[in-house]
Design a protein around this ligand. Sequence first.
Ligand SMILES: CCCCCCCCCCCC(=O)SCCNC(=O)CCNC(=O)[C@H](O)C(C)(C)COP(=O)(O)OP(=O)(O)OC[C@H]1O[C@@H](n2cnc3c(N)ncnc32)[C@H](O)[C@@H]1OP(=O)(O)O
Length: 155
Amino acid sequence: MKAIQDYYPEELSHCYGCGSQNEHGHQIKTYWDGDETVTRFTPEPYHTAVPGFVYGGLIASLIDCHGTGSAAAATYRAEGREPGTEPLVRFVTGSLKVTYLKPTKLGPEIEIRGRVRELKERKVVIDSRVLVDGVETALGEVVAIRMPADFGKAV
Ligand SMILES: CCCCCCCCCCCC(=O)SCCNC(=O)CCNC(=O)[C@H](O)C(C)(C)COP(=O)(O)OP(=O)(O)OC[C@H]1O[C@@H](n2cnc3c(N)ncnc32)[C@H](O)[C@@H]1OP(=O)(O)O
């Protein structure tokens, strides 16, 4: 099964969180599981906040790219199109909110499960849950905005 990120064109695959071309990044992969999207990631020992627990910034980063990937996947699905077909669907993060419910154990695989709360042409809101060993440790909200064609050119 291919992940939504496997359909990103090479020139848009340098993101630290989800770019397959970024050898230093997380290279996350987002898949459908029924009506939810799922990303799984096993943290390294250096992803530490305090010994034994995962750094919150890593969790935020995973929620971020899981959210933008889920937004793209959900848009293709809503339009009845295969991922990667033209016109390409591209999202960036407009806002990112993370609520840390309890410490996230460092070692086991982290699972992030996303659901579409709102889907419009230019704006998709994804709610995510972060789970380790079946324990919900954080919640995320990503407002994903369709990437403008001139993204970054005006700055
Ligand atoms: C093929 C695969 C490729 C794959 C591409 C891979 C990319 C991976 C991305 C990884 C994630 C990142 O780190 S991305 C990098 C971090 N993010 C950024 O740098 C984004 C910087 N910000 C911007 O460029 C801009 O502010 C945008 C694009 C986000 C929005 O500008 P805009 O396009 O002019 O938006 P605008 O018309 O005003 O608003 C459209 C709708 O979005 C809402 N909206 C706009 N901004 C926000 C916001 N910050 N928070 C909440 N909501 C917002 C508006 O209320 C409105 O909702 P309504 O009234 O319609 O309801």
